[in-house]
Design a protein around this ligand. Structure first.
Ligand SMILES: NC(=O)c1ccc[n+]([C@@H]2O[C@H](COP(=O)([O-])OP(=O)(O)OC[C@H]3O[C@@H](n4cnc5c(N)ncnc54)[C@H](OP(=O)(O)O)[C@@H]3O)[C@@H](O)[C@H]2O)c1
Length: 272
């Protein structure tokens, strides 16, 4: 029987990229819902501050594991650390990710490789390593286990000036939706979250101004979309955050592809 409300009480959730933005938002909501947490990202001090805040606010047991997930071997290190600590992860939020802005011709190939390593390879390896534990948790405590992968509205069409980023997010959504189907009989809630532009550190990291965006989402908006999806008896394969974003994502599938790419290219031209 599919379980409606997502109740991770007494289980452990791992959030990657918890040191800012959406990752910190997921950590807060998961802690509020009674999960213990494993927090990872590169900035250990920020994770320690968040852990102290969650412990004081919700009594959450937090484990902080600072790591650069784009480094070869980092996912193996994380999984082995969890094993040593005897932590079974019941919910995985693959949130760590970044984008770059500029043409392919002008891009730094090392930075693009790092983007693929984090957004695609680390997410895939971590999902594969933790999936048996997620499914075990879903089966022993129905309604308590989830896999949430951060895609984007960039997953619905190619994005000129953010070619690698959009391609990584198309991968994340496609991979997650296939997994949604493969695990549908297990009780694990699987979904790809697709926000449009959100006010976080993302655009500063990408080196892109946000002046051309109308009505950016907040972290709270994305949390509402994410947990509404998880609270459904039949969690959707993906959930788009923002009504206008959902409308545009739907249009992308219906309009001629050449027109969609051209319009996206115009919208993403450098300012000035
Ligand atoms: N903001 C948006 O408009 C938007 C829209 C759609 C989808 N998303 C997706 O949402 C996710 C979260 O982004 P955000 O908006 O919250 O951006 P953010 O504030 O820049 O957060 C990104 C997180 O990823 C972590 N991270 C970056 N590189 C890492 C690495 N090599 N190893 C481990 N952790 C790393 C960062 O921590 P450290 O720097 O401490 O490592 C940070 O915690 C990303 O996957 C992004 O693609 C964002």
């Amino acid at each position: 029987m599919p379980h409606a409300v997502f109740t991770p009480i007494g289980t452990t959730a791992l959030v990657t990229g918890a040191s800012s933005g959406l990752g910190a938002g997921y950590a807060h909501e998961l802690a509020r819902r009674g999960a213990d947490l494993v927090l990872t990202a590169r900035r250990g001090e920020r994770l320690a501050d968040l852990a102290a805040d969650l412990a004081a606010t919700y009594g959450t047991v937090c484990t902080v594991i600072p790591l650069d997930l784009a480094c070869p071997g980092a996912v193996g290190e994380l999984v082995s650390d969890l094993g040593t600590r005897r932590i079974t992860v019941g919910t995985l939020v693959n949130n760590a990710g970044f984008g770059t802005y500029g043409t392919v011709l002008d891009s730094d190939p090392e930075r693009e490789a790092e983007q693929v390593a984090l957004n695609v390879q680390a997410l895939t390896a971590l999902t594969h390593a933790l999936l048996p534990g997620l499914i075990h948790t879903a089966q022993t405590t129905p309604g308590s286990a989830a896999l949430v992968n951060l895609a984007s509205t960039a997953s619905f069409q190619p994005v000129p000036q953010m070619a690698v980023y959009a391609a990584t997010k198309a991968y994340v959504r496609s991979y997650t939706e296939a997994l949604w189907y493969e695990t549908r009989a297990t009780g694990l809630k699987v979904t790809a979250i697709c926000p449009g532009p959100v006010s976080t550190e993302f655009f500063a990291v990408a080196g892109r101004t946000t002046s051309s965006f109308r009505g950016m989402l907040t972290v709270d908006d994305v949390m509402r979309t994410s947990f509404a999806a998880l609270d459904r008896a039949s969690t959707p394969p993906h959930a788009v955050s923002g009504r206008r974003n959902a409308l545009l994502a739907g249009l992308c599938a219906r309009l001629p592809h050449r027109l969609v790419i051209t319009a996206t290219g115009r919208l993403n031209r450098p300012a000035g």
